[in-house]
Design a protein around this ligand. Structure first.
Ligand code: URA
Length: 195
């Protein structure tokens, strides 16, 4: 029902609706050994067209803010909870998230980043398997268990939130700053206590 070659899903028919409406499967981009792995919700229209996560307006905000905190898009890995665009930009259904979860878990365990950063409520709730109040919890770190191994995860608001509500800009920037500090020099585990 689905083939994953390394970090790339090359074919998948797990979601009947999404594989009919998608233009293509949108896989993660960035180094296979990145220290930071950003996880969004799912491709939008631009991503479906170009085959790369976060290339529309949200992507511009992400790229710009990464630069503000001293990071470059090319240094980090960026992926999504689901790899096919949900029509009309709706949230992915629970079943679609579940269908795509093994690909995301494999990507996390193969990249083995120092920190997973979830962009928005959907990826935070999906990976932590609990309700998340993302505005209040942005900047906090929790462990997600992947293949029995705890993996530090930093909750962050979605970059699109900064477009609708400018007060979210500082929350987004300061959370990315934490992510940048986390991978700076010392081991992530040691720095975790500071958060
Ligand atoms: N929003 C997401 O969550 N993911 C993308 O790839 C683009 C926008």
């Amino acid at each position: 029902m689905g083939t994953m070659d390394g970090l790339t899903v090359t074919d998948c028919q797990r979601c009947e609706g999404l594989c009919e409406s998608r233009s293509r499967i949108v896989n993660g981009v960035g180094p296979a050994d990145a220290d930071l792995l950003f996880v969004g919700e799912g491709p939008g229209a631009n991503e479906d067209e170009q085959g790369e996560p976060f290339v529309g307006r949200s992507g511009d905000v992400l790229d710009e803010t990464l630069r503000e905190v001293g990071l470059d898009r090319g240094d980090v890995r960026i992926t999504n909870c689901v790899r096919c665009r949900p029509p009309d930009n709706r949230d992915p259904h629970t079943e679609e998230l579940a269908n795509c979860r093994s690909y995301l878990e494999r990507e996390i365990s193969r990249v083995d980043p120092e920190l997973v950063v979830t962009l928005g409520k959907v990826p935070g709730e999906h990976l932590l398997e609990r309700d998340v109040a993302v505005t209040g919890e942005a900047g906090s770190v929790a462990d997600v268990i992947i293949d029995g191994t705890p993996q530090p995860l930093l909750l962050c608001v979605h970059p699109a939130a900064t477009l609708y509500d400018p007060t979210q800009k500082e929350t987004f920037r300061s959370t990315l700053e934490k992510a940048a500090e986390f991978t700076d020099g010392e081991s992530g585990q040691k720095r975790l206590g500071e958060f």
